[in-house]
Design a protein around this ligand. Structure first.
Ligand code: ARG
Length: 273
């Protein structure tokens, strides 16, 4: 199969260093409080990911880490922005609640909508600017409330497609689905209800499909600029799948952050001014 050249688009991201990263509570099946985290290694891996993104020509803003918020490194959960408007997060679990305010302070110069309903930002929202004139995909079932999907649609003025997640291992949308570029997605069907699988198949007949092993390696928890697809080093098979679809996989080691139940996408929020 031949593909037109995949064109990268310059991106703006927000990341938060794992300065206070630990696994001291369990709010997803990946977190094991009995295995100590190597904080130095986490920081090193995070720095290399940041460097990879800047080397690819992208701008990375950094949010200061706050003590007592060990999951703050997963910056994708702090908000969701589309065309300059920010829909704030409201975390499901009290342990992460205070992260929302730290993100809100970052968006001072943006149009910011304070949410009423529980939602975990880009963890459960994805945006495809060129699909159907601009489409938001939203996950529910574990963290984000379906009511937040309607709220996001009112705030952002784009159609929101609700997708039900059914497997606790893939508790956020970004563990099961990713935007490869402005119109194309990759996803693991088994993470979604049968009806949501149908919806995805109807909307995205050209999607790159992942299997359970890819999803367990956090191969869908990727960041793409439309050409370069950043994946963790475990997700080699997923890397080959995106290569076959015409993209360039770039693998970065992020194993220490998997201990908290996240990988590449979880630690990178995209800013869409
Ligand atoms: N320990 C964090 C939690 O369970 C991990 C968040 C991962 N972030 C993501 N965007 N999937 O909330």
């Amino acid at each position: 199969m031949s593909h037109g050249e995949r064109l990268p688009r310059e991106r703006m991201y927000l990341m938060c260093p794992p300065e206070h990263f630990t696994v001291e509570y369990t709010i997803n099946p990946w977190m094991d409080t009995t295995v100590p985290v190597d904080a130095g290694l986490a920081l090193k891996q995070w720095a290399l990911l940041r460097e990879t993104l800047t080397d690819l020509g992208h701008r990375v803003h950094v949010l200061d880490a706050e003590p007592g918020l060990p999951d703050m490194v997963y910056a994708a959960n702090g908000a969701f922005s589309v065309d300059g408007t920010v829909y704030g997060a409201r975390f499901r679990y009290p342990q992460r609640a205070d992260e929302a305010a730290a993100h809100r302070r970052f968006y001072q110069s943006w149009a910011f909508a304070e949410p009423v309903h529980v939602n975990e930002g880009e963890g459960d929202f994805a945006y495809l600017p060129e699909a159907y004139g601009g489409l938001i995909l939203a996950g529910y079932g574990f963290r984000t409330e379906p009511a937040a999907h309607a709220e996001a649609q009112e705030v952002l003025g784009r159609p929101v497609i609700s997708l039900r997640l059914v497997d606790p291992a893939f508790y956020h949308l970004d563990t099961a689905l990713a935007a490869l570029d402005d119109r194309r997605v990759a996803y693991y069907p088994g993470a979604f209800s049968p009806a949501s699988q149908r919806v995805l198949a109807q909307l995205f007949p050209d999607a790159v499909l992942a299997d359970r092993a890819d999803a367990e390696e956090f191969g869908l928890n990727l960041v793409s600029d439309g050409r370069h697809v950043i994946l963790n080093t475990q997700a080699m098979a997923m890397g080959e799948k995106v290569r076959a679809a015409g993209y360039t996989p770039v693998h970065v080691e992020l194993g220490e952050l998997k201990r908290g139940g996240g990988s590449i996408k979880c630690v990178v929020a995209e800013l869409r001014p």
